[in-house]
Design a protein around this ligand. Structure first.
Ligand SMILES: Cc1cc2nc3c(=O)[nH]c(=O)nc-3n(C[C@H](O)[C@H](O)[C@H](O)COP(=O)(O)O)c2cc1C
Length: 251
């Protein structure tokens, strides 16, 4: 792989879950957000709610951004132009997710370049209503993800990723052989286990129902973790749909 300062920063980035007391200055925060804004956008359907309320930020990080998909602003502008938005809300949300996600990740890398670390919090959509109340979000603004930031007080290793041949396919999607799947699983599991990721964080997920526990921290890796998450959590589609309808989106 090639190397340069930007690639180095990308390859060395890792989620940070321990922060010093140092508070980023307004100039640092504004720089990060301006760099975030320069991400590619479809319609700039993103707003950020900044919080410096340490006590209520994960890992007591000094700042966090609630990254929101925002159709409200767009519709205000369209109204001034004499237009009404008719795009279906599902596609609109997909566009908004893309705008918000790209902006968030630009912010992550800008923060890295200034010596800050960060971590996303992904369960935010399930808290959409209470967050809407807390931040007085108007209808058609949907809290997508929280981005926690501050100066790192830990230096974990970069985390494993799938091998390239499990991600990049040219021209035609492959039919996976068992061997290829197992090789990708081994890269992820061996990688996480070598870092004692689940042991150190005591992160083994409990089994629901009558499945018997057969794993220990010597055998529990990323593929078991991710299987337990998405094999046991958040089945109800109606519950998720309600989160969007409560925020004024018709799905
Ligand atoms: C959308 C999203 C949601 C995430 N949610 C959480 C979270 O709720 N808690 C957490 O500790 N990490 C969360 N993470 C961080 C991931 O666990 C982390 O990015 C992944 O394990 C890879 O590690 P790395 O970022 O250090 O490379 C989230 C990351 C993303 C992109």
């Amino acid at each position: 792989m090639l190397d340069n300062p930007i690639l180095k920063a990308m390859m060395n980035r890792k989620s940070i879950r321990k922060y010093t007391d140092q508070v980023p200055s307004d100039e640092v925060i504004e720089t990060i957000v301006r760099a975030g804004q320069q991400a590619p956008f479809a319609s700039q359907m993103c707003s950020l709610m900044l919080s410096r309320d340490r006590e209520n930020i994960p890992w007591e990080a000094p700042i966090s951004f609630l990254v929101c998909v925002d159709s409200h602003k767009l519709e205000l502008i369209m109204a001034k132009r004499g237009w009404k938005l008719i795009t279906n809300d599902l596609f609109l949300l997909l566009l908004g997710f893309q705008d918000a996600t790209l902006m968030g990740e630009n912010m992550v890398m800008a923060a890295e370049s200034l010596g800050l670390g960060s971590c996303y919090i992904g369960m935010i959509p399930y808290e959409a209503e209470s967050l809407a109340k807390k931040y007085k979000l108007p209808n058609r603004v949907f809290p997508l993800v929280e981005l926690v930031m501050g100066y790192p007080d830990e230096s974990p290793p970069p985390r494993p990723r799938y091998p390239l041949d499990f991600v990049l396919f040219e021209n035609e999607y492959p039919e996976f052989s068992d061997k290829r799947i197992e090789r990708a699983m081994k890269v992820m599991d061996d990688g996480y286990m070598a870092q004692d990721y689940y042991r150190d964080g005591d992160l083994m997920l409990k089994l629901k129902g009558d499945r018997e526990e057969t794993f220990t921290f010597d055998t529990y890796g990323w593929t078991e973790h991710i299987s337990r998450k998405w094999g046991q959590w958040l089945e109800s589609l109606d519950k998720m749909k309600k989160k969007f309808t409560q925020r004024g989106f018709k799905i």
